[in-house]
Design a protein around this ligand. Structure first.
Ligand code: PEP
Length: 239
């Protein structure tokens, strides 16, 4: 069965760079690959990317605000993201939590707003290095926002904060352990299976071994997803 490879471009790429990315990606992706793939571009090129990305590729927002409209300078609503072509949004990325002070309450509001407007949710969870001994409790607290949510429209991304953009990747057995904690908690609390992606310094050279793990349903990739060669190699990985 195929897995899901998601690019998070963060605050990178303008239109001409996205155009060059897709032109190169086109010649590199194996159209017989069983893996699904998606991209979360910056909001400024969400619409453009949704027009030029391959048909098979889903397009998501990196963030949305939960209010429908009004005096919220600099924010984009779910309706705006949807209008620009997004079919899902990341929520609770550690950069949103740590740099912009996003709380679990904000995350919950965003999930509700996304689901009310028919967009899927990619909920990012993960521990700081000093929280590692307390992993289960940290993850469970972040996952508690899924109460009363349609879990069928949610994918969780496990992203240890210390592994994001640092070149440090979690050990394979630690990835398995964290994914089991997440899957068991969601099943026990909400009665549903959930897909879990791993994120944190994934690149073409380590994606194969991570994607080969049964507990890993895909990867969320930041830095390495900016390079069409690396991203295509991950899409083409046999899992
Ligand atoms: C991310 O931003 O979700 C991420 C995993 O980044 P990186 O791959 O650069 O660690």
């Amino acid at each position: 069965m195929g897995k899901l490879i998601v690019a998070n471009w963060k605050m990178n790429k303008v239109r001409v760079e996205a155009e060059a990315f897709f032109a190169e990606l086109d010649g590199l992706v194996d159209n017989h690959s069983k893996n699904a793939y998606a991209v979360c571009p910056p909001a400024t090129i969400l619409h453009y990317v949704s027009e030029v990305a391959p048909k098979k590729m889903k397009v998501g927002a990196q963030n949305v605000y939960y209010k429908e409209s009004g005096a919220f300078t600099g924010e984009i609503s779910v309706k705006m993201a949807k209008d620009a072509g997004a079919s899902f949004s990341l929520v609770g990325h550690s950069e949103r939590r740590n740099i912009f002070g996003e709380t679990n309450d904000d995350v919950k509001e965003k999930i509700t707003a996304l689901q009310n407007d028919g967009l899927d949710v990619m909920l990012c969870v993960g521990e700081h290095l000093e929280e590692h001994d307390n992993l289960k409790a940290v993850l469970q607290e972040q996952l508690s926002v899924l109460k009363d949510v349609d879990i069928g429209k949610v994918i969780v991304a496990y992203e240890p904060v210390w592994a994001i953009g640092t070149g440090k990747v979690a050990e394979l057995q630690d990835i398995v352990c964290a994914h089991k904690i997440i899957k068991d908690y969601v099943k026990n609390m909400f009665g549903r299976d959930v897909k879990v992606l791993y994120g944190g310094s994934v690149k073409a050279s380590n994606a194969g071994e991570i994607l080969s793990l049964d507990e890993v349903d895909g990867v969320l990739v930041g830095g390495a997803s900016l390079d069409p060669k690396q991203f295509a190699q991950m899409i083409n990985t046999e899992c």
